[in-house]
Design a protein around this ligand. Structure first.
Ligand SMILES: [Zn+2]
Length: 389
């Protein structure tokens, strides 16, 4: 790969013909149309997120004469360049120069570019950027892009995959799943965690359709000119979840709905009964893990491990142990009530506290509570036997 350092490219030249696409949230072109600011393998513009502190900081740096760092262009030919690294900074500058956002001046007033004093405008436009022009094969450039990590916000895994498997499929998929203007995102956000702009929805859709093999799926579909399968599957999962669970609870966000769909979507559910069960479990103080409630219900309300039912605390166990042991000693029988009923050597055995476990006399799953009145101590063997029933 050949590189050539340019020190004479000014902000004025870069911003010539700058186009920002509000809908897709990206800077598109600069350098009088010769520069593609956001090639399809680049991530979306994120410097405007979080109140725009990052994009304002870029402008402050220019005004103070601080270096903006290296910018990398991929040179396709003398009249065509793509931004390999520096897209966020260039988009910030282009957006400022075209009055898309204001910075605060020393008096705390909003200052748009066209409203600035002429000398400040000239200072900005005259600032030269340090640009490395790189020439190489597509795979050289992409491999290199995968390894650089010099931008302010590191690329996450899905952004890297988008770069590596760039092509029509990724472009189409990003239009749907990485576009915060997509009205469906707010519906999806009940079930999917993260931010569309950081590719979390795309990562989720790919994970679901590929059953976990995202890289393999992207490689296989890289040159597809449609995303029908990806979209259909994602919508199938979302529609299934929202029809089984008519309640929307915050704990539903980010659950493994793709896996749950594979396991349970062929089973019939009664939405009303599911809702009643869900509300009952949400109201149960002994259910520690609300995120487990959904899989518990889907699986037929049997796997109580998913709910992490609160157990009896140490003080309760000690109290019950003392009472049981005292009573058993007087009667000359085992302090494990189940051993006492038996006919073997343990019939009269007094177990130590460490050899016993607390048991719900009336099982939690049958309505028994985790209250001292419902606690009995059993020897470990009997507790295991009872627990497995
Ligand atoms: Zn026993």
């Amino acid at each position: 790969m050949q590189t050539n350092l340019k020190t004479d490219i000014s902000i004025k030249a870069i911003c010539e013909g700058f186009v920002y696409n509000e809908l897709e949230g990206k800077g598109l072109f600069g350098l009088s149309g010769k520069l593609t600011i956001q090639p399809e393998y680049q991530r979306n513009y994120i410097y405007a997120e979080g109140g725009g502190k990052r994009e304002a900081a870029v402008i402050e740096s220019v005004l103070k004469g601080y270096p903006l760092g290296l910018i990398y262009f991929n040179k396709i030919n003398d009249n065509a360049f793509e931004v390999l690294d520096g897209q966020q900074r260039i988009t910030s500058i282009g957006r400022f120069v075209s009055d898309k956002f204001a910075i605060q001046d020393a008096d705390g007033l909003q200052q748009y570019f066209t409203g600035m004093a002429a000398d400040k405008r000239d200072l900005i436009l005259g600032t030269k950027l340090l640009v490395y022009e790189c020439e190489g094969t597509e795979s050289e450039i992409k491999e290199w892009f995968r390894t650089i990590n010099i931008a302010g916000v590191p690329l996450n895994e899905q952004e890297l995959l988008n770069a590596v498997y760039s092509g029509p499929f990724v472009t189409l998929a990003k239009e749907v799943f990485s576009n915060s203007q997509n009205a469906s995102i707010s519906k999806w956000s009940a079930y999917v965690k993260g931010a569309a702009i950081r590719q979390d929805y795309l990562a989720c859709a790919l994970d679901w359709v590929s059953k976990g093999d995202v890289g393999g799926y992207m490689s296989q579909h890289r040159h597809d000119k449609n995303i029908i399968q990806l979209s259909l599957h994602f919508n199938d999962v979302i529609n299934w979840v929202s029809s089984v669970f008519t309640d929307v609870e915050s704990e539903m966000r980010g659950l493994e709905w793709g896996r749950l769909y594979e396991e349970y979507h062929r089973k019939p559910y009664n939405a009303k009964a599911v809702s009643d069960e869900l509300q009952k479990l949400y109201g149960d103080a002994y259910v520690k893990n609300r995120r487990g409630v959904f899989e518990y219900i889907l699986g037929g309300s049997t796997d109580t491990k998913l709910l992490e039912i609160r157990v009896f605390d140490e003080a309760t166990k000690k109290t019950v142990y003392a009472t049981q042991t005292k009573k058993a000693s007087t009667k000359k029988e085992s302090n494990c009530p189940l051993c006492a009923l038996g006919h073997d050597a343990n019939k009269q055995k007094i177990w130590s506290l460490s050899d016993m476990d607390a048991d719900h006399v009336s099982a939690w799953s049958k309505g028994g509570s985790t209250h001292i009145k419902n606690c009995q101590m059993l020897c470990k063997t009997h507790n295991r036997v009872k627990g497995n029933r």
